[in-house]
Structures are given as C-alpha cells and as structure tokens.
Design a binder for this molecule. Structure first.
Ligand SMILES: C[S@@+](CC[C@H](N)C(=O)[O-])C[C@H]1O[C@@H](n2cnc3c(N)ncnc32)[C@H](O)[C@@H]1O
Length: 237
C-alpha cells in the first residue's frame, strides 16, 4: 500500500479543521504491512463522517464484543502509553485516536509485539470519535503531551478548549478519570483553567509521574531538552 493521501488507509478527509500533521516520512515496508494487514480489524466502524453520515451512536460493546470498561487515549503518537496500558490492564478496553498515520503504523507494530487484543485504533481525529460515543461511556481518558501550539493566537487550537473538553465530559462517566501530561508550563496553565469548568475536579497536579506511567517519546524528548513535565489528574463530576 501507499502512504500517500490517496491511500485507502488515509484518515478521513477533514470535515473540520485539523492543524496537525497526517503524514510524515515514508513508511517502512514493515509499517505498510501493519497498516494493510492489521488496521482493518482494529479500526472501529462508524466513526468517520463517510462511514456514518447520520452520526448515529456507536456502542463500544459492539466495537470490543464485551462490556469491559472503556478507556480513551487522544493523540497516542507512537503508541507506547496505549500499548503499555492495554498490557497492564487486560480487563479494560482502550480506544486510541491519532491522525498521524506514521504514529498509527508505529502503534500497530507495538500491538503485534505485545500481543494485546483489548485495543481499538481510530486513525483520525478524537472529535470524530467523541461525536458518536454514547454519553458516560468512557471510564478513563488520557491526553499525553498534546500539541503545544505555543503562539498565543493558536492557543484556541489546543485540546484543552471547550470544543474538545465539552464532548469529552459528555462521553465520560461520572467519577471517571482524565489524565493530562505536558512539559509546557503554559499548556499546564490552560489545562488548570479550562478543564474544571468543563465538568471536572482536580485530583492531583504534580511533577511526580503516575505509578503506572510509562514515558512516551515526547516525554523523553522533553527530558533530554531540560523541560520537566507536570502530571494532572481530573475526576469527572
Ligand atoms: C506532541 S504529540 C504526543 C504524542 C504522544 N502522546 C507522546 O506523548 O509521545 C501529540 C499528538 O496528538 C495528535 N493529535 C493532535 N490533535 C489530535 C486530535 N484532535 N485527535 C487525536 N489526536 C490528535 C497529533 O497528531 C500528535 O501525534
């Protein structure tokens, strides 16, 4: 398969603004194989507008074939954290969203290596997934090193804005946990300001990582470059 935008595995064409990258450097042959052989089975149906123009609700029990708790990772990057969580907690289901197809290919390689089966992969925008998930269907959500959008005029593109947080609050169960990690102080500032009014209370806000944490590629880069992270935990009210 090709990794050009015409590829059948390309994330859905944007029907809303997405400012990040969808493609990076040419995929390795092995990664093309993961996309062509594995993504079809791991990709949930009915998430994209093309797949589900009426935007009917998609039941996670149908996606996973069981009613285990559902966790959501937004922007899984290379997939380290998502696969680590799936392997650490085999009794949960985790859906990851990532529009960057090179990251999706990396995740699929890790899924193969770890042999985890409690995963589902939406190769696109988390907003498209949240649109169709039922109310109160997600027990935990993870936002790890989100795109920082450092310029003030771009802060509204950040995930920690009502455009993203209100749909997230709708799909989260009362008492559900939302974790955010970032090395960007101004991103943490905006997180502290914007998440609680969307329907969450702060549980923890610390430079000490969670007990079950695995460092991601972006965290490794931040640490190498001398930017210590913050780990913020919220609970859905
Ligand atoms: C800075 S990277 C961090 C990746 C990974 N979480 C890590 O810690 O290594 C942020 C990722 O979020 C993804 N992203 C940005 N907006 C998104 C959205 N609306 N839905 C899903 N993923 C998104 C980007 O494509 C990018 O891969």
């Amino acid at each position: 398969m090709s990794d050009t935008p015409e590829s059948p595995f390309d994330p859905s064409p944007p029907h809303r603004n997405f400012y990040g990258r969808r493609h990076g450097k040419t995929l390795r042959q092995s990664q093309k194989g993961y996309l062509s052989e594995d993504l079809g089975d791991l990709r949930p149906r009915g998430i994209t507008v093309e797949d589900n123009p009426d935007r009917s609700t998609v039941d996670p029990r149908v996606i996973f074939g069981n009613d285990n708790p559902v966790w959501l990772e937004v922007g899984f990057g290379g997939g380290e954290h998502m696969v680590h969580m799936a392997a650490t907690y085999p009794g949960i289901n985790i859906i990851g969203c990532e529009p960057y197809i090179n990251g999706v290919a990396m995740l699929l390689g890790k899924i193969r290596a770890a042999g985890v089966s409690n995963v589902s992969v939406h190769p696109g925008d988390a907003r498209d997934l949240m649109d169709v998930l039922p109310d109160a269907s997600v027990q935990r959500a993870f936002l790890m090193y989100p795109d920082p959008w450092p310029k003030a005029r771009h802060h509204r593109r950040r995930f920690v804005t009502p455009e993203h947080l209100l749909p997230l609050a709708r799909v989260m169960q009362p008492g559900g946990i939302f974790r955010v990690a970032s090395d960007i102080p101004d991103y943490i500032r905006q997180t502290r300001e914007e998440v609680p009014p969307a329907g969450f209370e702060t549980v923890d806000d610390t430079p000490v990582a969670w007990d079950d944490w695995i460092s991601t590629r972006y965290e490794q880069k931040a640490l190498r470059e001398g930017r210590p992270p913050n780990y913020v935990t919220f609970r859905r009210l």
